[in-house]
Write a protein that binds this ligand. Structure first.
Ligand code: ARG
Length: 717
């Protein structure tokens, strides 16, 4: 009988209730340690996170602010995703020397390529500063919390930065119920070591993106350089590879179903405590708006990029980023509906209400307050989305927006000198603003998205420019034609696009004339209308949400006292643990937990942008030339595998680590059936997609000729 009960508990998942779901703070990992051991972890908690001894956390970097990387050699070799290195690889490429297309491998230190603008951060320590922050914030609400938090956070982090090359940060957890200090060391001399050609690093393109089964070899390699004291330093040819406190050994042993898997990295943002009202707004309003705008923008970009390899390269990175979250929002909407997340949230809210009635009467109106806040914000959601996604899309508009500060200065009648100071700043920014700029593409985006803005944003909220300029001067019954003619005129006459003229005009003497430029008039009309009338509504909503979320999550912490409850992701280091695991996405369909190189050949379409492969790679695959990277029992090359780990955007590039602390893969995506995962974790379907480390090593060695890199790693066979 006892045995039966045990079996039942295991089947119903109760036993492992805490596994899989949760992005845990490494500082508090002892809470989860027993569970992790039970699943197969062999390391001590200290080996994962320690501030006195070197530990796993010392091998993890926050890469470029939005991704994760791991150190895999004692010479600070970084492994991250191809899509994390993408913009840097593209920036180093030209049409005649295209590393993005052909791949790259430095065969000596001298060949490693500096990446301007790229930095990585190592975490030194985490400290609970809740008491300090709370005593300063007191009983403030909304906007006041933000103001006070900024002051105390600055004070705490500046103190932490004393005596060292640190860069610290205080972050809010559980929506302002806890605060932690993070002390980092930031390195800015980062160099590209190697990357696969795009048709491996992004194999499957947008078609396969966010989907399993997958065959993408989504990795790239960089190196951290330091000065001779092993400290961060700006780029210098005299810098040398940083000596890291810890690096991950690489296991070539491979994975099996149910093997323990752990991921450490920097998840960016989740909203797991979002209420049903938020889910409703996402499904019915904000997500479809984003998708509609991006659909249009992407198709215009594609059309122009296909015409010219130089345009293709210049816009490749921005296209990939826009497309990634275009598909994300399609998938999120679909799965929020499929998995009935709305009903699930409503059920949780009912339970909460019952608990509140028993335990804290003041919380019984909380859900009503949420409902009211969402309802009050609803009329402005489209406008806020269009402002961000459509209005700011053309490069000319983005640049023209900087004249808002000149406009304000002119209205305040400041001196000529101050105008000249502002003009100098704008002149300096101009170069970057039009880097890789394509006139046709920008014009088409401007015309199409302004037309959409005009059609979709409620009429009463539209800025004057549409009546005065667009329809006043170019109006006809054909709206498309109206916007095309308006656009043609703005771009044909704009001084912003002519660097010599612009330089001549951008100063106090000519500023009044410059301010009449059609692109500036357009940008300021839309921007000032939004900032005056609608940004305050957005802010009001955000502050209201902050207060409500603080109350809700504070109450949930109380309700769950004695149990562990993980905070939403906030771009701080987290640990997730789970196991390698297959899944069944639909009735009668079963997805195995790994893919193999045969699948690359099955998907291969010569000449196709997403599924092409270079002849050299096809040959290696056909000859089954897998060397020591082949899986011993399967007799072929394993390409990708899936685990039950809980990750999100920002985790990209994170190490997938086995029970012995060895690297088995590099996490790079989530799966379609669980695209609602940032809002609600579904245990049945949520998987993390990882490139098998043996696939990565095969590409480094056989495809890129980078065997020597293996000599600096600690390979475990
Ligand atoms: N979906 C992946 C992520 O967000 C990025 C994949 C990049 N590849 C692409 N085809 N856009 O982590």
């Amino acid at each position: 009988m006892k045995k039966l009960l045990l079996v039942l508990l295991i089947i119903s998942g109760q036993f492992f209730a805490k596994a899989d779901e949760g992005m845990w703070m490494p500082l508090l990992i002892s809470q989860n340690y027993a569970e992790m051991q039970r699943l197969g972890l062999k390391l001590t908690a200290e080996q994962i996170y320690s501030i006195n001894k070197s530990s796993m956390k010392d091998a993890i970097v926050h890469f470029g602010g939005g991704c994760t990387g791991e150190i895999i050699s004692d010479k600070a070799l970084i492994l991250t995703n191809h899509h994390c290195g993408y913009s840097y690889i593209a920036a180093l490429s030209s049409v005649s020397n295209n590393y993005l297309m052909n791949g790259f491998m430095a065969t000596s230190r001298e060949q490693e390529l500096p990446c301007p603008g790229l930095s990585v951060k190592f975490l030194s320590r985490i400290e609970d500063v809740t008491a300090k922050v709370n005593s300063y914030i007191g009983d403030a609400y909304g906007a006041d919390v933000e103001k006070k938090f900024a002051v105390i956070a600055k004070e705490i982090s500046e103190k932490a930065n004393e005596n060292g090359t640190y860069e610290s940060d205080v972050k809010s957890f559980y929506a302002g119920n806890k605060y932690y200090l993070f002390v980092y060391q930031k390195f800015t001399d980062i160099r590209l070591v190697g990357t696969p050609p795009e048709n491996l690093g992004k194999f499957g393109g947008d078609t396969d993106n966010w989907m399993w089964p997958r065959h993408t070899c989504d990795f790239s390699m960089f190196r951290v350089y330091s000065n001779n004291d092993n400290k961060p330093a700006p780029y210098s040819p005299n810098n040398r590879p940083y000596i890291p406190k810890h690096h991950l050994p690489v296991s070539l042993k491979g994975v099996k179903d149910n093997d323990y898997a752990m991921i450490m990295g920097y998840p960016g943002r989740t909203t797991r405590y979002m209420t049903s009202f938020g889910v409703d707004q996402a499904i019915n309003l904000s997500n479809p708006t984003v998708v509609k705008i991006r659909d249009k923008r992407l198709s215009i970009m594609r059309g122009e990029m296909e015409k010219d390899p130089a345009v293709d390269l210049a816009y490749a990175s921005s296209y990939a980023q826009i497309a990634n979250y275009w598909k994300y929002f399609i998938g999120q909407t679909e799965q929020l509906k499929n998995l009935n997340i709305l009903a699930q949230k409503e059920k949780e809210e009912k339970q909460f209400l019952n608990w509140a009635k028993e335990n804290d009467k003041s919380l019984t109106t909380l859900m009503n307050d949420y409902q009211k806040a969402y309802a009050a914000y609803q009329p402005y959601v489209k406008h806020a989305t269009f402002y961000r996604e459509a209005f700011m899309a053309p490069a000319i508009t983005k640049f023209a927006m900087s004249f808002d500060m000149i406009d304000k200065a002119l209205n305040a009648e400041v001196s000529k000198d101050s105008i000249n100071v502002l003009c100098k700043r704008i002149l300096k920014a101009r170069k970057g603003a039009f880097e890789g700029f394509n006139l046709e593409l920008d014009k088409k985006v401007f015309a199409a998205l302004n037309l959409m803005y005009y059609q979709d944003v409620p009429k009463a909220q539209l800025p004057a420019v549409y009546t005065n300029e667009v329809f006043g001067k170019y109006g006809s019954d054909d709206w498309q034609e109206t916007f095309d003619n308006y656009t043609e005129n703005v771009y044909a006459k704009s001084i912003l696009l002519d660097s010599a003229k612009f330089e001549y005009m951008c100063n106090a003497d000519n500023i009044e004339t410059l301010m009449q430029d059609g692109a500036i008039v357009h940008a300021l009309s839309v921007m000032q209308n939004y900032n005056t009338n609608y940004a305050p509504k957005v802010n009001e909503f955000n502050y209201e949400m902050f207060d409500l979320n603080r109350a809700y999550q504070g109450a949930l912490l109380e309700k769950n006292k004695g149990k562990t409850m993980y905070p939403d992701a906030n771009s701080t280091m987290r640990v997730s643990y789970g196991k390698v695991s297959s899944y069944a996405p639909k009735d009668a369909i079963f997805y195995n937990y790994y893919t193999m190189a045969d699948g690359l050949l099955e998907k291969y379409v010569p000449g196709d942008k997403e599924f092409d492969l270079q002849p050299k790679i096809v040959n290696l695959l056909k000859n089954k030339d897998f060397g020591p990277y082949a899986d011993k029992s399967l007799g072929g090359l394993v390409t990708c595998f899936i685990t039950t780990n809980d990750i999100t955007g920002g985790n990209s590039g994170s190490p997938v680590i086995n029970g012995n602390g060895e690297l088995i893969g590099c996490a790079f995506d989530g799966n379609w059936e669980a695209m609602s995962g940032d809002v609600a974790f579904d245990k049945r379907y949520k998987r993390t997609i990882c490139a098998d480390v043996r696939y990565i090593m095969w590409v480094v060695d056989k495809v890129l000729g980078g065997r020597m890199l293996m000599d600096e790693m600690s390979i475990r066979n």
